[in-house]
Design a protein around this ligand. Structure first.
Ligand code: NDP
Ligand code: 2IT
Length: 452
């Protein structure tokens, strides 16, 4: 570490001591962008690290609502508007009981670099609430969303801040949020992405994160003359990202043997084929049931209560549930069992020890901000369609997504080989490459725009 990065990291640690996830995300970025900071003194001269680690604005608000029994409930709402140097704040909303300011700051910080990588004009933000949609009726979710938007609406706008979904926020929630925004502001605008098709949504947005992550994996495999076809894959999660990631892997001839939820993992050695995946989608999106039921439905599969998928041998692993779901020990198990590729559908699913295991063993590792950028990229395409008042076809959007993921891979590859000393003809440090490529564009824009 240099004097500059040590000083900034220490200051960030002191100021945000009770935000471990945020500190983890900052440490990962700062430790990998050193070569570019050393090569270009302008970043230190302009205090870019000090500025880029501080959100431009953080909004915290009360969200009162009534449940179906008429009881008053209070949740906490947040929007972290992290950086607008290259476009309006853009990033999802997460509804989950674990949500707190530190988690949303980590997600907002990651989003700044991710959105920069997409090549589209989007700044970074994240928001959400500690509201738990599990076990709530549709009417309760609607009342919560309406109360949440009653406050949030004064801070967002199609050219200011454009939220979308994340954990616990899917099509249903985006609908209720959009309806309340429109009612309060009397404006039909592209203020949210992930909308339904018949009122401003984009084809391929539901699929985008999962499909994009597989496209990124394909690009990484191609550098070693390999392909996903025939690969045995483990996947965690069974929500939006996991579902479409499994769909794309199946289309490309891979075999997916696990999915999971917060209670446990199902292992199906025969593979979760298209028919079984359709059943999972109905279970999760319509009945809102638990993944455990899969093992009761499909003979030959088993349910591993309270376990994550990483003990199951695989060629490729795709964590698609949540942060820190792979630690150093689990990463070692993956590598020991022959895993050759990890591509992250979730945000920061691997802890710092785990990342070191991947880098030292020189497997193909696609970090979240590059590998899962397809979701927000198609959100950017949804914004473009809304501005034009046009809808593109499925093929058009999928081709654009495919090209964007190829471009992100190339850009990360190029910056890794230019700056990261550990890269060789056979190994690319995509963590360094993605962080540096994402950073340079935002940092240069911040310098251009003066001290704001
Ligand atoms: P969903 O709410 O649709 O699904 C989340 C899945 O992860 C569920 O299976 C859920 O299980 C599981 N999960 C959530 N929290 C935990 C936990 N603490 N421990 C174990 N499992 C957990 O969310 P998404 O699929 O949209 O998001 C998944 C990940 O992908 C997140 O990290 C998100 O930030 C990231 N992401 C999402 C994008 C998007 O476009 N939606 C874009 C880029 C990244 P259960 O049902 O039991 O809670
Ligand atoms: O983490 C993410 O990139 C998302 N949840 C998607 C954000 C978006 O604005 O589509």
């Amino acid at each position: 570490m240099t004097e500059y990065t040590t000083r900034v990291l220490n200051a960030v640690r002191t100021k945000n001591a009770n935000e471990p996830e945020f500190l983890q995300a900052v440490q990962e970025v700062i430790s990998t962008i050193e070569p570019v900071l050393t090569a270009h003194k302008k970043y230190e001269d302009n205090c870019i690290l000090e500025r880029i680690t501080e959100p431009e604005r953080t909004i915290i608000f009360r969200v009162p609502w009534t449940d179906d029994e008429g009881h008053i409930r209070i949740n906490r709402g947040f929007r972290v508007e992290f950086n607008s140097a290259i476009g309006p704040y853009k990033g999802g909303l997460r509804f989950h009981p674990s949500v707190n300011l530190g988690i949303l700051k980590f997600l907002g910080f990651e989003q700044v670099f991710k959105n920069s990588l997409t090549t589209l004009a989007m700044g970074g933000g994240k928001g959400g609430s500690d509201f738990d949609p599990k076990g709530k009726s549709d009417a309760e979710v609607m009342r919560f969303c309406q109360s949440f938007m009653t406050e949030l609406q004064r801070h967002i706008g199609a050219d200011t801040d454009v939220p979308a979904g994340d954990i616990g926020v899917g099509g249903r929630e985006i609908g209720y949020l959009f309806g309340q925004y429109k009612r309060l502001r009397n404006e039909f605008t592209g203020v949210l992405t992930g909308k339904a098709l018949n009122w401003g949504g984009s084809l391929i947005r539901p699929e985008a994160t999962g499909y994009g992550c597989v496209y990124f994996a394909q690009n990484m495999l191609a550098t070693r003359g390999d392909d996903v076809s025939g690969k045995v894959c483990t996947v965690s999660g069974s929500g939006n990202v996991a579902q479409y990631l499994v769909e794309k892997l199946n289309q490309l001839g891979a075999k997916v043997v696990t999915m999971s939820d917060s209670n446990g993992t199902i292992y199906d050695p025969a593979g979760i084929d298209a028919e079984k995946l359709a059943w999972v989608m109905e279970l999760k999106n319509v009945r809102r049931g638990r993944i455990k039921e899969y093992a009761e439905q499909f003979a030959g599969s088993q349910y591993m209560e309270g376990q994550r998928p990483w003990s199951i041998p695989c060629d490729c692993a795709f964590p698609c549930a949540t942060q820190n779901e792979i630690n150093g020990r689990e990463a070692e198990t993956l590598v020991k069992n022959g895993c050759k590729l990890v591509a992250e559908g979730a945000n920061m699913p691997t802890d710092l020890d785990g990342i070191n295991v991947y880098l030292q063993s020189k497997i193909l590792y696609g970090p979240a901000k590059a590998a899962n950028a397809g979701g927000v990229a198609v959100s950017g395409l949804e914004m473009a369609q809304n501005s034009q008042r046009l809808n593109w076809t499925r093929e058009e959007v999928d081709t654009k997504l495919f090209d964007i993921m190829k471009n992100i891979h190339e850009n990360a590859y190029k910056h890794a080989h230019e700056y990261s000393a550990d890269c060789t003809a056979d190994f690319t440090n995509y963590v360094a490459g993605a962080n540096i490529a994402g950073f340079v564009k935002v940092a240069d824009a911040m310098i251009d725009q003066g001290l704001v």
